[in-house]
Design a protein around this ligand. Structure first.
Ligand code: SAM
Length: 170
């Protein structure tokens, strides 16, 4: 681990906390996703635009998959590795209160642009999803790559006792 530091930012609310000791692999992952981010802009738009969530490479609708719990209204959600943020957008439209966290500023820049385009605001944090210094969320959602990076035990560490963990797979 290299002695580096990064800042966790809450969009529009300034810096929340300085996270020290970002692991090398997280730094390398950040550089990779900053480089790939532009490729995720156009695919992100139809995802933001669609009302019903759909999952995986076959875009199976939520009404068939039933991945999300009932009663999202008012539920705190943290999306680990939110990328362009469309899953959080789906959840926000269903009354949840999502916070998206991503390691790539470039991905978050796209997410913020979509927030403006679609008129939907929720906090976006820049930081390592393995080390989230936030109040415990009731529901977590994360992408497979982030899941591999962070590990289930770390996620369990900041879930509420009655919280729900919803891994987002493809
Ligand atoms: C394949 S994209 C998925 C984005 C979005 N969840 C989706 O389903 O479209 C993976 C995202 O996870 C982010 N990511 C990977 N490792 C991370 C980590 N340790 N902390 C935060 N974000 C991470 C990347 O920057 C990237 O935006």
């Amino acid at each position: 681990m290299r002695p580096t530091s990064t800042r966790l930012r809450l969009a529009g609310c300034g810096t929340l906390k300085t996270v020290r000791g970002l692991p090398d692999y997280v730094i390398r992952n950040r550089a990779s996703w900053d480089g790939w981010a532009s490729e995720y802009e156009e695919p992100g738009r139809p995802n933001w635009a669609q009302d019903e969530p759909s999952w995986g490479i076959w875009s199976v609708p939520e009404s068939e998959v039933r991945l999300l719990p009932d009663g999202l209204d008012g539920l705190d959600v943290i999306e680990l590795g939110c990328g362009t943020g469309y899953v959080s957008a789906w959840l926000a439209r269903r009354g949840a209160r999502p916070v998206g966290i991503d390691n790539s500023q470039a991905q978050l820049k796209t997410a913020r642009a979509f927030q403006r385009e679609f008129g939907l605001e929720f906090p976006l944090l820049h930081g390592n999803a393995e080390d989230v210094p936030l109040p415990t969320p009731a529901l977590t959602s994360r992408s497979p790559s982030t899941a591999r990076a962070s590990g289930a035990t770390r996620t369990a560490g900041f879930q509420r006792p009655r919280g729900c963990y919803a891994p987002k797979g493809s």
